[in-house]
Design a binder for this molecule. Structure first.
Ligand code: NG1
Ligand code: ZN
Length: 531
């Protein structure tokens, strides 16, 4: 670790006036401005590792569902979670240092504020998605790691959740909560073994077509399915053009399907067919089908949360472990019908938190079993140490109780508990549907989504929009919330809220109401109030 090298090897900023910010999704922007950011992320990851006594830190290079020309980078903490929030400011500060002197100053500030012993060794692993800009960005990251003297390992092309998995495995190896083998092979084996146990004795469902957004999910899903015989899980991979320039996330993938509420044009879909879409780094998934009248039906993150909560609550009940409390975490973007279903039908506690996986994840940790999903399909299920222990040690008195305990135990292995994971979430859904022998249509019967609309409003300065109450109410600009309330009051089942996006230069307006026409009108009127 040498401040002199850090100073001398600084990568110049592409544009003088570009301001960097470490947000909900780490740094994310056009790939061309990220060279300098990669360098400082290498240094920051090393500092974070030193701070945590040499624990392995992860770095993932991806821009998820964003267009191919974008890229991004985020840090992963030792348990496979997002970087601790208090460090986001350091990241931003370092990224905006334009010369060697100010970078060294920023580094020194972190070292003294965090009382870091720079002699402590640092360990960092990294991976990236299939974007053409990744190899160059990796070089700058490596330069940052090198000047920091970090021990580093490149895992190459990975899905985001696989990197999170690897970080957790490396940091728990040899302990009583060892998470798994720290390799792609280990990940595939862990998930496939659990899936085989979870569906044992049930007839296989019809094939599932998986739209991989022309991204890394295509490569990894293909490798994964080598571990499960076709008689147990049948998949058909589409949108797997990972080397075709411009194809990534283009008219396909989970974000396209959720935003447009339609199947990708490349999908030929008939009644009875089963489809799902991953996003560009395979941490999100949505399911869909067409009904008998060929009408498109989306099964989004809210539907997955409802399905998972229903199944897990039944298993907990059948297993006779009532002390284990299940809860669900959503954001304000969750469809009102889903919240009503969870609270009124399943009678499960529901918390609403601000947008961004880290908020959901932390809230979910408060439950014994915490199910969290964003409506866009990012989510997972967390099992507390106490819940894991109860599942492991409870002695079954009946075959039914035994079966429920085994199923729960398989779920704890099948679910990627570090972060949302399209492959793992797909296996979770397939497990439940297989156990129930349900079609997508049968799953969809739990509740009917309220028509909803999400619009982007480009404003001069989105930072003036301040919210409270898990982003459901605007505090600033003053008066805007009263205006929104007055508009919403005119619609039956109307709900609408406004917040500044954390990942795009825009304000988002969400609206839902009893009918499509009312929803569109509501969204339009609120957007006008914002503008
Ligand atoms: P922003 O741009 O802050 O709305 C979007 C998604 C989030 C989350 C992040 C991170 C919506 C409405 N927002 O955040 O849910 O996934 O990106 O990628 O879907
Ligand atoms: Zn993603």
């Amino acid at each position: 670790f040498s401040l002199e090298s850090i100073k001398n090897n600084i990568v110049p900023h592409k544009y003088e006036d570009f301001v960097y910010a470490y947000g909900t999704a780490g740094f994310r922007s056009k790939a061309e401005v990220l060279d300098s950011v990669m360098y400082i992320v290498g240094i920051l990851a090393a500092l974070r590792s030193k701070k945590l006594n040499g624990a392995t830190i992860g770095v993932m290079i991806t821009a998820s569902h964003n267009p191919e020309e974008d890229n991004g980078v985020k840090l992963v903490d030792p348990r496979g979670e997002m970087l601790e929030q208090s460090w986001e400011g350091y990241a931003t500060k370092m990224a905006n240092a334009k010369d060697g002197e100010s970078l060294v100053q920023a580094v020194n500030e972190i070292i003294s504020a965090q009382k870091i012993n720079i002699e402590t060794p640092a360990s960092v692993i990294y991976g990236h998605d299939t974007r053409p800009s990744c190899p160059d960005l990796v070089k700058h990251l490596e330069s940052g790691l090198q000047v920091s003297g970090a021990q580093a390992k490149n895992y190459g092309v990975l899905t985001t959740p696989m990197l999170h998995y690897l970080v957790r495995c490396l940091n728990t190896a040899g302990t009583s909560d060892a998470y798994g083998e720290p390799s792609a092979e280990g990940y595939y084996k862990k998930l496939s073994d659990a899936y085989k146990t979870a569906v044992k004795g049930y007839a296989r469902l019809s094939p599932l077509t998986v739209d991989c957004a022309n991204g890394v999910g295509a490569i990894k899903l293909r490798e994964f399915i080598q571990h499960i015989p076709e008689e147990i899980l049948a998949t058909n991979v589409i949108n797997d053009q990972t080397t075709t320039l411009g194809a990534l996330n283009k008219n396909c993938g989970a974000d396209y399907v959720k935003t447009n509420q339609r199947a990708p044009p490349t999908a030929t879909i008939a009644p009875g067919d089963r489809f799902c879409s991953y996003d560009g780094d395979a941490d999100r998934i949505v399911y869909y089908y067409v009904d008998k009248d060929n009408v498109f039906r989306l099964l989004d993150g809210d539907k997955i949360a409802g399905l998972a909560a229903m199944f897990i609550m039944e298993l907990v009940n059948d297993a006779g472990i009532d002390s284990v409390k299940v809860g669900v975490v959503q954001t304000a973007y969750a469809n009102g019908s889903s919240t009503r279903y969870l609270e009124k039908v399943l009678k499960v506690p529901v918390s609403c938190v601000a947008t961004g996986v880290k908020h959901l994840h932390h809230e979910a940790e408060k439950y014994d079993i915490g199910v969290y999903f964003e409506a866009n399909g990012h989510g997972t299920v967390l099992f507390s140490p106490a819940a894991l222990n109860t599942i492991k040690t409870t002695e079954a008195k009946t075959p039914a109780q035994n079966r429920a305990l085994q199923q729960l135990s398989a779920l704890t292995e099948l679910i990627n508990q570090t972060v949302g994971d399209a492959i793992s979430d797909m296996l979770l859904v397939e497990t439940i549907l297989t156990n129930r022998q349900w079609s997508l249509d049968a799953w969809d019967q739990a509740y009917t989504d309220l028509p909803n609309r999400l619009v982007k409003v480009v404003v001069a300065d989105r930072t003036i929009f301040k919210t409270t109450n898990a982003e459901r109410q605007v505090v600033e600009p003053a008066g805007l919330q009263a205006e929104i309330d007055a508009i919403v009051a005119k619609y039956s089942n109307g709900r609408s809220f406004v917040r500044a996006s954390g990942t795009e230069d825009a304000v988002r307006v969400y609206a839902e109401a009893a009918s499509r026409a009312e929803t569109d009108e509501l969204a339009y009127k609120v957007a006008q109030a914002v503008y």
